[in-house]
Design a protein around this ligand. Structure first.
Ligand SMILES: Nc1nc2c(ncn2[C@@H]2O[C@H](COP(=O)(O)OP(=O)(O)OP(=O)(O)O)[C@@H](O)[C@H]2O)c(=O)[nH]1
Ligand SMILES: [Mg+2]
Length: 184
């Protein structure tokens, strides 16, 4: 694992990279732990704004999974949110080994304005990405699931359904990662 506060500290080892993006507290670090099958690897917290650095996890000698700090956390200062934007944009625009982004949504809330903004940005810059809706285990009943699915399907691509608690979607997300990576 490599933890970087800025581009100078990004790893040099040129492996393909998959980056995880999403609102603060949406469950990015937990999703990463679920993918890696290791509970306490990426640090998680019930308080938003937990991940502040760019954390790279190497999967064997094949791939980096990159946990990015979340966006939309109301309690950070303007300066900090600007710094976030600069760090993430630099990373997304300049990281040559980045092959795929995973846009992580909260299954209960669906697409929110900041998610759509990021999605438009990725579309505009022609960056390959998949969308994932996590915390599906928190759907309380059929009605809630039904309403959530309608929202999730209101924008494309349709998010893959995931839960770090039950392990739902782990296999499908790995498949998507191997399949949709940018060909070299
Ligand atoms: N029930 C349930 N809870 C989850 C799931 N994924 C994450 N959580 C909880 O949601 C909270 C936030 O999870 P994190 O993985 O730290 O979220 P994050 O997106 O990395 O947050 P930041 O690093 O602050 O951007 C924690 O309390 C997790 O235990 C899930 O699939 N189901
Ligand atoms: Mg995190």
């Amino acid at each position: 694992m490599v933890s970087a506060a800025g581009p100078a500290e990004f790893p040099r080892e040129p492996l393909p990279e998959v980056a995880f993006l999403g609102r603060s507290n949406v469950g990015k670090s937990s999703l990463l732990n679920a993918l890696l099958g290791k509970k306490g690897l990426a640090f998680t917290s019930s308080k938003p704004g937990c991940t502040r650095t760019v954390n790279f996890y190497r999967v064997e000698r094949r791939l980096w999974l990159v946990d990015l700090p979340g966006y939309g956390y109301a309690r950070v200062s303007r300066e900090e949110s600007k710094a976030w934007k600069r760090l993430i944009e630099t990373y997304l625009l300049e990281r040559r080994t980045l092959e795929l982004c995973v846009l992580v949504l909260d299954a209960r809330r669906g697409w929110m304005e900041l998610d759509l903004e990021l999605k438009r940005w990725l579309d505009w810059h022609n960056r390959p990405y998949v969308a994932v809706a996590t915390k599906t285990d928190k759907w309380k009943n059929q009605a809630e699931q039904h309403a959530a699915l309608a929202n999730l399907r209101s924008a494309s691509p349709e998010p893959l359904l995931f839960s770090a608690v039950s392990g739902r979607g782990v296999r499908e997300l790995w498949q998507a990662i191997w399949k949709t990576r940018r060909p070299r």
